[in-house]
Design a protein around this ligand. Structure first.
Ligand code: NDP
Length: 459
């Protein structure tokens, strides 16, 4: 079914959040064999903002909620099940000045008749000292997503920002926290009057005017927010367990700057109520063109619109090359399976990838090959992105190196002994010696080169 690399694609979708995957599902079911370029590190992570969310309780169809990364795994599997081809990489360049459009990715050029831009927006951060340490351990960019986290229950919480989002989130968080502090950098709120009034009238919210965040402190989890006054001098220290940024978003439109009409804030301008951009055949969906609603469900809906509009545009210009689907009903979706924990009975000394402390102990002591020890947790979205890349490296190496996965929740003691405080963390050992450690998602090539280096030394 896949078009050859020289062929002109019908539709390329850039972005793999709810908008991009929904667009791919619709285009695939229209037999247009779309190509989905997920993005990898540019503008957040593949899968979009839901990958760094815990429970999604407001996406219809999941009455008991679903973890954000699991929802995105399902959307992607659904797109693939219907014939979407996937490239897991960042787009390097786009040329919309000539048709077919061209896209540079992984060093090669792909040409496409229609393009759906679903690159999303990244929540702004402050980058204060301590932020990296407490990110996802008290600090979040989305109160609506993460507010109900158990650690925030009956704790003091804070929101930074003075716009409608900050006000809405502060009010929302009063449902969970014992008290909410709103940190506003000026002497007034930017939010609409109605929203501001709700905040100012709420006895469970204290507004701290003319305050900026200085730094964060705590232990394993955030414990305190150190504020600065208008002159940049140390002011209050608030004993908060949760801190939520609501300081705006930046749309991921770097690739289309100078090529598509953007608004003053950098969002793609689309036809009101539709996905059409200033260039025919280029559709935009999700947060890259939406500074208002920014919900998974609204992004998915606009992805659907974009796919339908692309299909119409292709058929109007007689450009679509549809594929025949054999069999008519595709096989069941291929969802990522959890890694099984090796026991004494199931441990395989030659397995490329297995899980648990037993396998770690055995491989650590007995293997003379490079060993990747991968610390993950079930709700860690970046782990969902990074693990398949690590497995690919090990497959490419055909057994010259091995991997073992440790679930931080199942084996917290091992993680503590190894000095691991976050996921994903990857440690590379050779003969019991730690040779390299990575925190967070890396390019596959970085890990491959490190292992190649060890193997060259071994040879
Ligand atoms: P906004 O851009 O409106 O507000 C961002 C806020 O963050 C501003 O108060 C800004 O301060 C503050 N800020 C920015 N950078 C910093 C910084 N470095 N340090 C401290 N504070 C900072 O973004 P929103 O997400 O609130 O809203 C986006 C759009 O969505 C708006 O049009 C809004 O009306 C809409 N919206 C509507 C809602 C509703 O109607 N229910 C709910 C949520 C959003 P300053 O004011 O000083 O610039």
């Amino acid at each position: 079914m896949a078009a050859s690399s020289e062929a002109i694609e019908n539709i390329v979708v850039i972005g793999s959040g709810p908008a991009g995957t929904t667009a791919a599902i619709y285009a695939a079911r229209a037999n247009l064999a779309p190509l989905l370029i997920t993005g990898y590190q540019d503008g957040g992570i593949a899968g979009g903002q839901l990958m760094t969310t815990t429970h999604v309780e407001n996406f219809p169809g999941f009455p008991d909620g679903i973890l954000g990364p699991d929802l995105m795994d399902r959307c992607r599997a659904q797109a693939e099940r219907w014939g979407t081809r996937v490239i897991e990489a960042d787009v390097e360049a786009l040329d919309l000045s000539r048709r077919p459009f061209s896209i540079t990715v992984e060093g090669r050029t792909i040409r496409t008749q229609a393009l759906i831009l679903a690159t999303g927006a990244s929540a702004n951060r402050l980058h204060c000292p301590g932020e990296d340490t407490y990110w996802s351990r008290g600090i979040s960019a989305c109160a609506i997503c993460d507010g109900a986290t158990p650690q925030f229950r009956d704790a003091e919480l804070a929101v930074v920002g003075g716009g409608d989002s900050a006000c809405e989130e502060a009010v929302y968080l009063t449902k969970y926290g014992s008290h909410v502090h709103l940190i506003v950098r000026r002497g007034e709120l930017r939010a609409s009057r109605a929203m501001a009034d709700r905040v100012l009238a709420n006895p469970n919210i204290t507004v701290h005017w003319n305050r900026q965040v200085g730094h964060f402190s705590g232990g394993e989890w955030l414990e305190a927010l150190h504020l600065l006054d208008g002159g940049g001098e140390p002011a209050e220290v608030l004993p908060v367990r949760g801190l939520f940024y609501a300081i705006g978003h930046t749309p991921n439109t770097r690739l289309v700057q100078g090529q598509l009409q953007l608004d003053a804030a950098g969002y793609v301008v689309t036809r009101p109520g539709g996905p059409e951009t200033s260039v025919e055949g280029v559709l935009a969906a999700g947060d890259v063109a939406d500074d208002q609603w920014r919900q998974a469900i609204t992004a998915a809906a606009s992805g659907c619109q974009a796919a339908l509009a692309a299909e119409r545009w292709l058929s109007h210009h007689d450009l679509a090359v549809t594929v025949a689907r054999e069999p008519v009903d595709p096989i069941a979706a291929d969802l990522p399976q959890p890694t099984s924990t090796a026991t004494e009975a199931s441990f395989d000394p030659a397995a490329l990838w297995q899980g648990g402390s037993y396998a770690l102990r055995r491989l650590y002591h007995e293997s003379d090959r490079p060993l990747l020890v991968v610390y993950t947790s079930p709700s860690c979205g970046p782990c969902h992105v990074f693990k398949p890349q690590l497995k690919r490296v090990l497959q490419e190496l055909q057994g010259a190196a091995q991997g073992v996965e440790i679930d931080l929740e199942a084996d917290p003691d091992i993680a503590t002994q190894a000095g691991v405080t976050g996921t994903p963390t990857v440690q590379l050992f050779l003969r019991k010696e730690l040779r390299q450690q990575w925190r967070g998602v890396q390019q596959r090539s970085v890990v491959r080169e490190a292992i190649d280096g060890l193997l060259a030394g071994v040879a």
